[in-house]
Write a protein that binds this ligand. Sequence first.
Ligand SMILES: [Zn+2]
Length: 289
Amino acid sequence: MTAVPTAVDPAAAADPGTLDALAGLVRDGDVVVLSGAGLSTDSGIPDYRGATGSLRRHTPMTYQTFLRDPRGRHRYWARSFVGWPQIRDARPNAGHAAVADLQRAGLLSGVVTQNVDGLHQAAGARDVVELHGGLDRTVCLACGDVADRGELDRRLRAVNPRFGPHVDEVNPDGDAELPDEVLDGFVMVECTACGRGPLKPDVVFFGESVPRDRVDSCFALVEQAAVLLVLGSSLTVMSGYRFVLRAEKLGIPVGLVNLGPTRADAKVDVRVDASLGTVLPELVRRVAA
Ligand SMILES: [Zn+2]
């Protein structure tokens, strides 16, 4: 150890002592990672849930509206159709690669993500528990059939040959701002398995509960872990925060890397307030290189 790396933004880099403490937590393994939207922002995916809009800009679609309002559902899919290529083409970043590296080094006993973008898996992580589901799949609300989102996209392109807004109408975060009359011109398709059911992205919407068996398997992972490591989540929703509370109750140390404050700042053992793309590769260098 001679010098602190200089090729990083000083404002985004954690101090070496804090990184040492984080490395000390992770070094002995049996770590469960809980990741959130902050891990994917470097991949061009904003705090993003529910398949169409960023949380910053829009009131997100709720589960109840999606089920009860056919017109709202239709407009949802129209926006989602326009925004899909940006999600599909997103690539994992240095943070995702670092998590896969920690797993390959045998230090992780589980990876739980609140993200629906599939980028952990794209970086090579295995057995990832998608707490809120994944945008790469659809589920039929009538028969429950789960199908590939890419296949739906091909079907939608076939029946919407001219439904493609100009590029400048799509925000950098893949969120299409389109007038309602344009959205209403979109043609939606139904489930191919039953021929009638409306489709929903296989993600947990606001107002929808995470399936109980999925929650239970995440609790089991946390309860057996030596350390819980939260990456890129402000833990504002109970869906993720409850795992920190469980770890705290059981005396399991919690490490947290997030740019900005979080709901759990007072509860964690090591907190690194810095860019994940800087901290996580450095963590790998310290514990798994
Ligand atoms: Zn169906």
